[in-house]
Design a protein around this ligand. Sequence first.
Ligand SMILES: [Cu+2]
Length: 146
Amino acid sequence: MKKLLCFCVLFLVSIHIPNAYSAERIVEMLNKREDGQKMVYSQDIVNIDINDTVKWMPTSKGHNVHFVSVPGSLEIPKKSKVNKEYSYTFNQPGIYLYQCTPHRSMGMIGLVIVGEDTSNINEIASSKVVGMSKKKLAKLIESIDY
Ligand SMILES: [Cu+2]
């Protein structure tokens, strides 16, 4: 009986393993964050594993997700629609830079670091962002260990 129970537990654990390898992370699009910053994503930098998904929620209205720079030869995904939830699964390691189209000059940018791979940090650092986002990008880059 004990053996059977053991087997059942193992079986239950094993069918849940795929979930452990592809997590979903939530990032909110906000007019104001807890720290007082305006027109921001809830997290400036998200660290995830390869094949994880980030889901951006339109918690405040008027925002979207628009990738500016992605690793290597990867094609830049189409920008998301304003006020709409958006998900993207990251299959390639490296750093991804995105911005909010309406607030791109107000520092509304974010980074996703996939698989702890920071090899494209120079490309990210020299990506074209505008206005207040320039300073913010420099600050985010500075905070990354590489
Ligand atoms: Cu915005």
